[in-house]
Design a protein. Structure first.
Length: 521
């Protein structure tokens, strides 16, 4: 089967930054092609034209597409036929250039992958957001630690209530590489990161403290109400902070702290987080990313490992893994997971679909399959049926507003053709939900699922629901059709086939799982 179907080819990547002596550009180039879904074909690799040209062979970029500047690259790539020009550009340059580069490519109609920060200041960020909305391009910001499987596991556990109400968040990012004035020794990374004209208003706190804050924001979903920060310059003569701490009061009343240092002896890249809830607490460290501790008073401490085949692993965390447990995954794979999510939108946009770059794991979409409204109005008295009805009602009545719900005409038709006495009530339950489009592309996906034995040979049943939720990038397919959920090998096969087809992988879950329980009946 072709890569990135229905596009049936690799996405063509351009890179701005990443020239000789750079760090993050090579990371972007590696992560982008990790899953064999993209190829780097063009670049403006340095602000120094000579270095830009000289760096091109390091990436196998042909001389005619090794540009002296990003502006030259925008102009030249725009003139190429659609079958040759880049599909997206990755911006891996110092902070002060992000806005002008992203703006130029977005206005020319190119999708943009941007290293953090999004821009130099808030005004630029707001203007860029308007440009992205106007042009309809895909824009992704690479806060890469959110791509770690266990970080996504932690988010799912918190969102499902497993930790209870969140009381406290402690996030840290501790380094030691700027203990001395490396910027005075012409060290490239130190030079621009400690320069307010290129780095921005903050040094250490803007460079790495933002990662720590973002980790807490992503995992807990909490929004800040008040923030108080104290930044400090310890190395005399330095222009920007090299240490800082912030206290956060969240809107739900929880408290948080963010601590960042680049002057702590012997510390390398230690970003970690602790979250305290009323039911449990958790702890995760980036330098040991395949393990996470969960603690409950009076119980043995639980060590979660990155294991895509374990029953405790959530579907999103499983979909974020590439290899079995015991084989370490880390930084580059997490970075690649950010690219994977963006690729699904790029492919959809290339096919003529409108995409929403504001959608992410912060506002998750749930596809409501036929069994959900059916069980909401279940009348059978068997204990299993009663339990499913109560769990469905608990989630629907009290938690559905935390998600964006969608369904399809296929669900309506299944309910209408049913013979159970409460079908009119079931139809009424979902009558106001948005309906996902069913077109030829969906039919092709269904055929592929049936050919590859992903789902039973019923083009109007399970295969159709999975195709719809995958094609339209739903975060969850909510169903009580559990024979597909209990089989880890089945889900792994779904992930493989969706990867070949270039599709997003939804999490297949029951209301019970979204309520934070472990097992479905």
């Amino acid at each position: 089967m072709a890569t990135n179907a229905p596009l049936n080819r690799k996405l063509r990547m351009g890179l701005v930054g990443g020239g000789q002596g750079a760090f993050i550009g090579r990371v972007h180039a590696t992560a982008a092609v990790l899953d064999n879904r993209a190829v780097l074909v063009a670049g403006a690799l340095s602000s120094d034209p000579a270095k830009a040209k000289a760096s091109a062979p390091d990436y196998d970029i042909k001389p005619e597409r090794a540009y002296s500047s990003y502006s030259e690259m925008v102009g030249a790539e725009s003139k190429l036929p659609a079958s040759e020009r880049i599909d997206f550009v990755s911006v891996a340059t110092p902070n002060h250039t992000h806005f002008e580069i992203a703006k130029a490519f977005a206005e020319a109609g190119f999708n943009v992958m941007c290293d953090k920060p999004m821009t130099f200041d808030l005004a630029q960020a707001e203007e860029l957001a308007k440009i992205v909305q106007k042009t309809g391009v895909v824009f992704a910001l690479t806060h890469n630690y959110t791509g770690q499987p266990l970080v996504r596991q932690a988010r799912d556990m918190i969102q499902s209530g497993e930790l209870g109400e969140i009381n406290a968040v402690r996030a840290f990012y501790i380094q030691g590489w700027l203990r001395s004035r490396l910027e005075k020794q012409n060290q490239k990374q130190a030079g621009w990161r400690t320069d307010p004209k290129r780095s921005g208003a903050a040094g250490c706190f803007g460079d790495i403290g933002t990662h720590a804050y973002n980790l807490g924001r992503f995992i807990t979903g909490l929004l800040p109400d008040q923030i108080s920060a104290h930044l400090k310059i310890f190395e005399s003569g330095r222009e920007l902070d090299d240490y800082g701490t912030a206290i956060v009061r969240y809107q739900n009343g929880a408290l948080g702290t963010v601590t960042a240092s680049q002057i702590s002896h012997g510390r390398e890249n230690d970003i970690w987080i602790e979250v305290d809830g009323t039911k449990a607490s958790l702890e995760w460290h980036q330098e040991d990313p395949n393990k996470m501790w969960v603690r409950v008073n009076g119980q043995p401490h639980k060590l979660y490992t990155r294991d895509p085949n374990a029953p405790f692993t959530t579907a999103i965390a499983k979909a974020s893994c590439r290899i079995p447990s015991g084989h370490p995954e880390g930084y580059l794979e997490a970075f690649a997971n950010i690219y994977t999510a963006a690729y699904a939108d790029m492919i959809a946009r290339t096919g003529g679909q409108k995409v929403d770059s504001s959608k992410n794991l912060m506002n998750r979409r749930v596809y409501i399959e036929t069994t959900i409204p059916s069980f909401y109005h279940e009348v059978r008295a068997e204990p299993e049926m009663v339990a499913r009805r109560e769990w469905t009602r608990e989630w629907w009545d009290h938690h559905r507003f935390d998600f964006d719900l969608v369904t399809s005409e296929a669900v309506i038709e299944e309910l209408e053709s049913g013979t159970f006495p409460q079908k009119s009530d079931a139809l009424s339950l979902i009558q106001n939900l948005p309906l996902l489009d069913i077109d030829d592309a969906i039919a092709d996906i269904v055929d592929a699922y049936i050919r590859h034995t992903v789902m039973p040979a019923d083009p109007t049943g399970d295969a159709l629901h999975l195709a719809l939720s995958s094609f339209h990038k739903c975060d969850f397919l909510l169903t009580w059709n559990c024979r597909h959920l209990a089989n880890a090998n089945k889900f792994a096969h779904i992930r493989r086939v969706n990867g070949i087809l270039g599709l997003f992988v939804p999490a297949l879950v029951t209301p019970l799982e979204l309520l934070g329980e472990k097992e479905s009946p």
